[in-house]
Every structure is written in C-alpha cells, then in structure tokens.
Design a protein around this ligand. Structure first.
Ligand code: GLN
Ligand code: ZN
Length: 766
C-alpha cells in the first residue's frame, strides 16, 4: 500500500497565531510560557488537520519559532561567541538574538539572513568557525516528537540534513564553511537520530535541498560518507533523504546508493527527476517520496496527470514503497482556500492551498491503492475545472499579447548611454558628493496599521483615509528635510506590501484575504495570484508622488516595484512561460514610469530585490533567466527620459554571481544591501569594477540596533576604498517599514552626520 505524506507544513497558524504571539513576546507583552502555549496549539492544530485530511505520515519538528536553519544551528550547538556563553539548551532569548540581533549592554548583530534556495523564504545563515566544535545542545526535536506521539500522531521528525546545513553555513569572514567540518558534525547528527529512533520515530526525514544545485564530486562523496554514518545510528527507524525545488541531477546515483530507506524527489518542477528514474532505475530496497503535488504554487493539481505520472513512477517503484507527497514543504503556500470568501468563486475553484493539497495527496494515494475508479467523481470534477480554466476568457487579453509580441528596441533600452544620462541628471538634480537617501518605506507605525485597518473595514471613508496618508507623507518629508537627507522618499504609507500594492491595481491579478506565507521570522506576505494577462488600467502611484514632491524642493523619489520582483513574489500562472508573464508586467510598469516622468518626477526608483532569488539553482539555466529578467527591467525603465534618474534597489542575496546582470539593468543608481552581509558585496564590486551610481547599505535594517556615527563612518571608509567617491550614495540596507521611529530617527541622523564627515574628509583630500 502506498502511503501519503508531506515534507513539511506551515507553522504560523491559519490565523497567524504564532506571528502575533512572537511579536507580543518580543515587545514584552507576553511571557515565554504564553509563547510556548501558542506554539503547542499551532502544532497540534496542524497535525490534526493533516491527520483528518488523510495524511498517513506527518512531519514534526518542521515547526520553528523563527527559522528551521537557525534551529539546526542551535541543535548542534553552533551559537557564535558574540551571543554569550549560552546555557544549554540555548535560551529563547539567545535564539532570538541570533535571529534579530541584540541591543543593550552586550550588543550583537544578528546572523546574516538570505533567501532560501529560489523561494521567497529567508533563512539565517549558520556561522561556523574553521575550528567549530559541535554538540547536541537542544531537545527541540525530541520534545516535539514526544508531543506528537502523545497526541496520537504518526510522526516523522524532520531535520535539516547535515550536508545542506554545512553547505548553507559560512565562516565569520563570509567564506563558505569547510566541508571537513562534516566529520565533527556527524556524531551530533547521529546522536539526534539515535535518540529519535529510541523515542519511537518510525521515519526520520533529513532535508537535503542542497542536492538540487550543481554539486562537486567532493560534496557528493561527503554525502555518501555522512549517510553511511547516520544509517548506523538509525536503529529501527527509517531514514528519508528529502530533496526539493528541482532535480537532483548528478547527485542521483549517489543518492540512490545511500544506505537509507527513502528518497524524496520533486516531480513537478521539471521532467528531469523522472528522467533520472528512467535512466538509472530506482533501488528496489528504497521508498520513493514522490512529490507530485506542487508545494510551491497554488494551482489545483491535475489529478489525472499526477496519476499518469505516478503510473510512470510505478514502473520503477513498487506501490509497497511509495509515498505520495508534495514537491517540497507546504510552508510556501497559504493555509486554506475556503477562507477566501471574497475571491471570485470560479478563480477560487482553480486554487489549492496547503489544506487542499493535503486532500489532493490523500486522493491520489487512494487512487494508487484502490484504482482510479475509487476517486472517479473527484477526477471528473477536477477535469471539468481544468477545462474551464484552460478556456476561460479572463486569462487572455489580445491587446497585451500584441504589445509583448511587437516590442521595439527603443522599448528595451534608454535613449542615451549612462555617462550622457548622468550629465543630464546632474544638471537637473544638483546633489552633494555622497548623497544620502533611504530605500523608500518609513516605519509602518501601529497608528498607520490601525488606520489602514479601519479603512479596510469601512470605519473611515476614502477621503478621511487619504487625508490621513497625506499627513503621514507630510511628516515623513518634513522629518527628512530636517534630518538633512538629500534625496527624499514619501515613506510608502499607502502600501501594505510592495508587490500587493501594485498587483491590486493591475489587471490579471487576484488577491486573497488570508493567503499569508512566511517571508522570514514573524514576517508574512500575501503573494498576489497572477491568473491572467497583465496590464495597467490607470496610474498607480502618480498622485502620491506628485503630492510628495509638492512638499519639498529636494527631489522626492517616485517609488515602483520592478517587474521581476512582482513576478517572483507572486504565485504565477503556469500555463505560459514566466518570461512572457514578466514582459507583460514590465510593460505595465513602463506605463507608470512614463506617467511619473511626464508628471515631473526627476528620480524614479524601481525596486528589484527579488531579481536574484529567481535565479535558477542550476548554472546551466541561469543565463537565460538573467537575460529575460534584465530585459524586463529595461522595458520598464527605458520609458524615462535621459534627465530622469532611474534608481533600483536590491537586497538579501548573494550578488556575486549576478553582477553582470546588475550592470545589464543599466540603472543610473543602485542601492544595495551590504551591511548585514559584512561588506562582502564591496569585495565583489571592487573585483568586478562597476561605474554607475551605487549605494551599498551602511546599516542593517532588520535589527533594532542603532548604528553609531563612528560605525557608519567606518562603513563609508570601507565603501570608499572599493568605489570611486563620485559614484557612492549613502543609504541603509533596505526600507524602514519594519522599524520603529525611535530607531529610525537616531540611525538616519547618524547616517547623515557620517556622510557629512566623509564629505569633509574627501574635500580635505582633494
Ligand atoms: N522600497 C521598498 C521599501 O523601502 C523596498 C523594499 C525591499 O527591498 N524589500 O520598503
Ligand atoms: Zn530591500
């Protein structure tokens, strides 16, 4: 009999219970016991939901207070010294200090945070020294297993696999952690596995998503070494090595030869994993967790197609050793479509969130075991839905299609080359050297959130809300002028989210009310759903930009989200290439750039923080992506006249590999996250040479810590060593919406003061 399982489940709670509990705990309004109680309730509800949906083997320890990679670091005792000699198990406050940084008497910056594979989830980068020692330093997996067992849940403890843990980790200087550390790490993993097995775990899942990237023979050998050792510790438990987000390529033969009991493969992303089965066969002694339900996207499963796929898989794997599963953890999708009462019912019928995916997996498992006839009704309904979706006129707009098909050269590049534009811009926008600016958003205060909520719930009307927002903008502009910033922003108070805000005004997008997914820690986003051809019916930001500019003689940036980011942070239709959908969005943003330019906005920022995260994980696929992605940015930006300065912004990524693409954007100025990743970026730009305007972030905005003027000046010194003074801008790493005014005011005041001191130094030198 095939069984049903999933690699992981969301853990914020269907009503974001954990988010609220975390934030209250951080603000001191709740105790650790309160937080623990919420966590227990969220876990219990998730397990119950899975069991009731018919999932046979249920992941546990996929829960996290902040991030599973951080959990793994804490589990193996990898707590950097700056967080203090932690008592064991590491206290909750040490844990949160690693996640969020710590202020006060012993300030300690947070661990670096970066994108998790090619998703919009962010993980904390484990920091390991070259002589790192490991020890079992947490009982979280055991406690959660005990909790599940007590609740009668058939539990499958989930751990981040040791190879992926090491490959994700870095040394304090930013270099990768040496693979040799694996030998020290493995005994701890073996101890964890043994203890889980002793506690009665029938299956233990080790997540090794790193295997879907290009891997060296050394790394694959390390994989073999690791699992040979772990297999000895497993006792009567079965080990499942779970991959996700793509195909395992050259790792397949090694994976298939591991002395483990099961392998989990993503069968939705590309045909390659199935091809690997066909090419190499599948070991008769192993289980296959067949990821046939897409854990990354929200479209309903094509059940008949999945059963065909499972039939093909069945040529290599017996039903006795088949787990019907999702392609990856369901943490990347929201909880439940049924809560979306406001969604158009036709569209809602096309969708499957986590709970619906559980049902799909249970149905498919039933069909595998009892034949398709056992789910005949469901298959018929599913086929009807899919047919309706394919033929729906709401997915096609012929005017949009004509536009993308007939793009001209001029629609894909600026009128003049960068130096000529720079000259025209210098005339129009006089600025001091090392101009100061911010990335766009200012604190989204409790008051601002409350007013938005009142407006959404109809307690205040549009006029009142509009007046409120204008007042917010006025304050933000006034404050920036007084603080001495050079290029101002309006603060983005009207935006709930940088993608949602645009999606809500574009045709072809739909929105959920409760479709939250975790971005990092307690931060959740509600990705839009791109279901149809995209266009911009009317200006989206022009009135706000014009109003903000009317308040100051200094330039106020018009602020847009770029097409690639809108694409990468949405759930995207899967019936046409992503590049085509992106071109449609690019043209919509282009229309907005045109209107901002015509309205006299002299500086327009088009944010592309997600450009890097869309990068395919395999090198062979990267160039094609970067080519269309940068072309889409240029489609949006090239509507601006030469004298209009185009900025872009990027954050939370490794930029080394995409530096050529950054240049290919042809933006006049880029502000880019730098402080949190320890000036690593500067090294890249120094090495590669970059000649346009650039503002490497001078401080990390994901931490409440206020940087001192001296510290910021030091940052600027480091920047000026790598770059030409004439090209350097001074700005934080990212937008300030998650920060409080009490942090933002002193931080920006110090930043402006540091920039002024650096200017004086420059003037003295020349
Ligand atoms: N302009 C946006 C802001 O400041 C950019 C956010 C981002 O890069 N994630 O909030
Ligand atoms: Zn950013």
């Amino acid at each position: 009999m095939a069984i049903s399982s999933i690699p992981g489940y969301p853990c914020m709670g269907p009503r974001r219970e954990l988010k609220w509990a975390l934030e209250k705990y951080w603000s001191g309004a709740r105790t650790a016991e309160d937080l623990a109680a919420t966590a227990r309730a969220v876990r219990a509800e998730g397990w119950r939901t899975q069991r009731d949906a018919g999932i046979d083997l249920i992941p546990v320890n996929d829960f996290s207070f902040y991030d599973p990679t951080l959990d793994a670091a804490v589990l193996v005792g990898a707590v950097p010294g700056r967080y203090g000699s932690a008592p064991e198990p590491a206290s909750l406050d040490t844990y949160f200090a690693m996640a969020r940084g710590r202020d006060g008497e012993q300030p300690a910056p947070a661990l670096e945070m970066t994108k998790w594979f090619d998703t919009n989830y962010h993980y904390l980068v484990p920091e390991l020294t070259a002589d790192q020692q490991f020890r079992l330093a947490s009982d979280k997996p055991f406690a959660e297993l005990a909790e599940a067992t007590a609740a009668g849940i058939p539990a499958k403890p989930v751990l981040l696999g040791p190879l992926t843990f090491l490959l994700l980790a870095k040394q304090p200087d930013g270099e990768r952690a040496p693979l040799a550390l694996l030998d020290r790490l493995l005994p701890v993993y073996a101890a964890v596995i043994q203890r889980l097995a002793d506690a009665g775990a029938a299956w233990i899942q080790l997540d090794e998503p790193a295997l879907v990237l290009d891997r060296t023979p050394d790394e694959l050998a390390a994989l073999g070494r690791a699992y040979a050792l772990l297999a000895e510790a497993k006792g009567s438990a079965k080990l499942l090595v779970q991959t996700a987000y793509g195909h395992v390529g050259e790792a397949y033969p090694m994976l298939a030869a591991l002395p483990v009991d099961g392998i989990g493969l993503d069968l939705t992303r590309s045909p390659e994993n199935l091809a690997l089965l066909e090419r190499h066969g599948f070991p008769a002694d192993k289980w296959l967790a067949a990821g046939v339900v897409d854990g990354r996207n929200i479209w309903g499963n094509d059940l008949a197609a999945s059963l065909d796929l499972l039939d093909r898989v069945g040529e290599y794997v017996s039903t006795e050793r088949l787990m019907v599963s999702a392609s990856c953890s369901l943490r990347h999708v929201p909880y439940d479509v049924r809560r979306e009462a406001a969604l158009d019912p036709e569209l809602a019928g096309w969708l499957a969130f986590a709970e619906q995916k559980l049902s799909e997996i249970a149905l498919l498992t039933r069909a595998v075991n009892d034949g398709r006839g056992a789910i005949a009704e469901e298959l018929a309904a599913n086929a009807a839905t899919l047919a309706g979706m394919r033929d729906s006129p709401r997915r096609r707009d012929s005017a949009v299609r004509a536009r993308t098909a007939n793009l001209t050269q001029r629609e894909q590049q600026r009128e003049s080359a960068a130096p000529e534009r720079a000259a025209a811009q210098a005339q129009r926008i006089p600025l001091p050297p090392l101009p100061t600016t911010t990335i766009g958003s200012f604190p989204q205060t409790p008051q601002l959130r409350a007013e938005r909520k009142r407006f959404e719930q109809g307690e205040i009307d549009a006029t009142a809300y509009d007046a409120f927002l204008r007042e917010q903008i006025r304050e933000v502009v006034r404050w920036q002028e007084a603080a001495g910033l050079d290029v101002l922003v309006h603060g983005e108070p009207e935006r709930n989210d940088m993608v949602q805000y645009f999606g809500e005004q574009l045709a072809g997008f739909a929105f959920t009310q409760h479709g939250w997914v975790q971005s990092y820690g307690s931060r959740m986003v509600r990705p839009p759903i791109i279901y149809g051809d995209v266009s911009r019916p009317a200006p989206m930001t022009v009135a706000w930009a014009v109003f903000a500019q009317s308040l100051s003689d200094r330039p106020v940036k018009g602020m847009l989200t770029g097409p690639v980011t809108i694409l990468n942070w949405s759930f995207v239709r899967d019936d046409q290439p992503r590049a085509e959908t992106c071109r449609q969005i690019a043209l919509a943003i282009r229309d907005e750039v045109t209107d901002l330019d015509m309205a006299g906005i002299a500086v327009i920022q088009i944010d592309e923080p997600a450009l890097r995260e869309g990068l395919p994980l395999r090198h062979a696929e990267q160039d094609a992506y970067l080519e269309w992605a940068t072309a889409c940015f240029r489609i949006a930006a090239s509507a601006a006249r030469d004298e209009t300065q185009i900025h872009t912004h990027m954050c939370y990524s490794e930029f080394g590999e995409v530096i050529d693409a950054i240049a290919a954007l042809d933006a006049d100025v880029i502000s880019i996250e730098n402080a949190r990743s320890n000036n690593e970026l500067l090294r890249v730009f120094r090495r590669e040479g970059y000649d346009k305007g650039i503002g490497p972030g001078v401080y990390d905005i994901h931490s409440p810590r206020v940087p001192s003027e001296d510290e910021l000046l030091e940052r600027l010194h480091a920047t000026l060593e790598a770059l030409q003074p004439g090209q350097v801008w001074v700005n934080p790493d990212c937008g300030l919406k998650t920060r409080r005014w009490e942090e933002v005011r002193p931080a920006l005041t110090n930043m402006v003061a540091a920039a002024r001191r650096a200017r004086t130094e420059l003037a003295a030198k020349s």
